[in-house]
Design a protein around this ligand. Structure first.
Ligand code: PEP
Length: 255
């Protein structure tokens, strides 16, 4: 049985003071929802404030990125050990990192292996661009991203990883994919690629989220799909009622 998970990616939003307000109110509501793993991922600057407020809440904290090196002359970067001091999770290879900051499957894989060494739970993002989608390259692209980004992981760590299928054309656009189409990509492309890497049993144990314009209005459509185990939520994770409603929708899918 795969426990549903909902993670909120705040991206570059909210100052420390704003984070305190949002986490304080949101966590009061989220902590009452059972049967779903809940994670919020504020910007680095706000992690310390969020961590203090989330203590004992059962709500996980994640970073949105990290470097793979342990330490050294990497100005502006944050190391895995620094993330581990405050977080249990880390988002890796988000499409905004891939498109604006030159991340590749190879650098995502280095980060994933660093997350493994630090025993962080990674949320590894894969997904095709609009151009690739329109050229009917989704399967090829997502399969290659999954195989390359998740390679060389130890069998014992693999079931702890989380994959997020996020079609780039659906992120922040208000144009979500639809449940059956997203489920097909997870079932026919991502899980077979995971099975190739780790065997079928582990592939069935790894949680795969959908991400891309998830709202309270369409959450059920995704969560009712057999191969979709929750959501990585961007814009709607900054709105208390929306994120709480999405989390409740995921909780109600636990068998
Ligand atoms: C995301 O940032 O991962 C995301 C899915 O964003 P949005 O929900 O705003 O599309």
């Amino acid at each position: 049985m795969r426990k549903p998970l909902v993670a909120g990616n705040w991206k570059m939003n909210k100052t420390i003071a704003e984070t305190r307000d949002l986490v304080f109110t949101m966590s009061m509501k989220l902590r009452k929802i059972e049967g779903v793993e809940k994670v919020i991922c504020p910007p680095f600057m706000s992690l310390m404030a969020a961590s203090a407020l989330l203590e004992g809440s059962g709500i996980g904290l994640g970073a949105q990125n990290m470097h793979w090196e342990e330490k050294g002359a990497f100005t502006g970067e944050v190391s895995p050990a620094m993330v581990k001091e405050l977080c249990g999770y880390v988002i890796l290879g988000h499409s905004e990192r891939r498109s604006y900051f030159g991340e590749t499957d190879q650098t995502v894989n280095r980060k994933l292996l660093a997350a493994q060494a630090m025993d962080l739970v990674p949320i590894v993002c894969v997904g095709e661009t609009l151009e690739q989608y329109e050229s009917k390259l989704t399967r090829e692209i997502v399969s290659a991203q999954t195989s390359q980004s998740l390679r060389d992981v130890a069998p014992a760590y693999a079931p702890r990883m989380i994959v997020a299928y996020e079609p780039v054309w659906a992120i922040g656009t208000g144009k979500a994919s639809n449940g059956p189409e997203a489920n097909d990509v997870v079932k026919d492309v991502i899980r077979p690629a995971l099975a190739e890497l780790f065997g079928n049993e582990t592939a069935q144990a790894i949680r795969v989220l959908y991400g891309g314009s998830v709202t309270s209005a369409n959450a059920d459509e995704f969560f009712s799909q057999p191969d979709i185990d929750g959501a990585l939520v961007g814009g709607a994770s900054l709105k208390i009622d929306e994120f709480v409603a999405i989390t409740k929708a995921a909780a109600s899918t636990e068998a």
